[in-house]
Write a protein that binds this ligand. Structure first.
Ligand code: NAP
Length: 285
């Protein structure tokens, strides 16, 4: 976008569909990038409840949107409304980016590449050879486990409040790569975590209730651990990141992954390398 005054009859439409959506940082990141590169598109946020998703997708088709992001609670449901879904999005059953290719809507998942890019920012070799502990078995955890398999992790342990979901995820993930993927009951999580290198919080447990509910063995963290919290909040550090750093671990919250998945979406819509620094500044201000 070239500023409001730059909006014209040819301006391309982008946006994010979610519910709730008020706190999304995506319009900030994308509009800053579009402006910096002089791309004639604009990105808006749309509050779409579950029962309105079909109409929203039809509306996008009718209005010729270039594409959109999709967030909670639509990432799984939107696949069935699209013309095509790419291999990774189909594998993990989750679409976070839609691209309109001459009237055909195609679903992609840039959370996976975003997670990998954020991890490589901490360790250039990514997850290669690492023993990994993933808390959670929802959509985000599925993406994380797929990414760890893609990256050549040595072993993946999955711990989730609802153990059957971890079992089901591991059964599928064993076909996604060569690392053994093992579902560990919450009660055995701390013991199983001994000797792991990378710990990921992919649960929805947020900023405050960490120590009561997290399956992550926070007390045993030390300087050899890498910790990635997928949770983030504007202007705040998560409890997990604070505690992990206090114990000498390398730790980041979900903002870097958010940024890198946005960069992946931007590149799909515009065909240009994303101005990552501009986007990072837009959410750190
Ligand atoms: P989801 O599909 O709803 O899964 C939620 C997960 O959290 C499940 O494993 C669930 O366990 C667990 N959980 C929820 N409340 C819990 C509690 N009180 N105690 C223990 N476990 C609990 O959600 P999602 O899409 O995977 O998202 C998970 C988190 O990742 C969210 O915070 C989301 O904001 C974040 N995320 C961040 C990014 C990023 O770019 N940084 C991208 C995607 C997602 P059960 O199976 O037992 O319900």
């Amino acid at each position: 976008m070239v500023g409001h005054e730059g909006i014209g009859s040819q301006t391309g439409l982008l946006g994010v569909l979610g519910h709730p959506i008020a706190h999304t940082l995506s319009p900030r990141m994308h509009n800053a990038a579009l402006k910096a590169q002089g791309v004639d598109m604009v990105y808006l946020a749309f509050d779409v409840p579950p029962e309105g998703l079909g109409a929203a997708v039809s509306g996008m088709r009718a209005l010729g949107f270039r594409g959109c992001n999709v967030t909670i609670p639509h990432k799984e449901a939107i696949g069935a409304l699209l013309d095509e879904v790419d291999t990774m999005a189909a594998r993990i059953g989750s679409v976070n980016t839609v691209v309109n290719e001459a009237g055909r809507l195609k679903g992609h998942n840039t959370d996976v590449s975003g997670f990998i890019a954020a991890l490589r920012g901490l360790r250039p070799d990514g997850a290669a050879g690492l023993r990994c502990f993933v808390a959670g078995a929802g959509g985000a955890a599925r993406g994380v486990v797929a990414a760890l398999q893609l990256e050549g992790a040595a072993e993946i342990l999955v711990v989730n409040r609802t153990h059957e979901r971890a079992v089901s995820l591991c059964a599928q993930a064993s076909a996604w790569g060569s690392a053994p993927c093992v579902a560990v009951p919450v009660a055995d999580g701390a013991a199983a975590a001994e000797g792991v290198d990378l710990l990921v919080n992919a649960t929805a447990i947020g900023l405050t209730s960490y120590f009561k509910e997290s399956a992550l063995p926070v007390d045993t963290l030390n300087s050899r651990h890498i910790v990635m919290d997928l949770v983030y909040a504007s202007g705040k550090v998560t409890e997990l990141v604070r505690e992990a750093k206090a114990r000498g671990a390398t730790a980041i919250d979900g903002k870097e992954m958010l940024l890198m998945q946005a960069a992946g979406s931007y590149e799909l819509w515009t065909g240009r390398p994303a101005p990552v620094d501009v986007m990072r500044r837009s959410i750190s201000e």
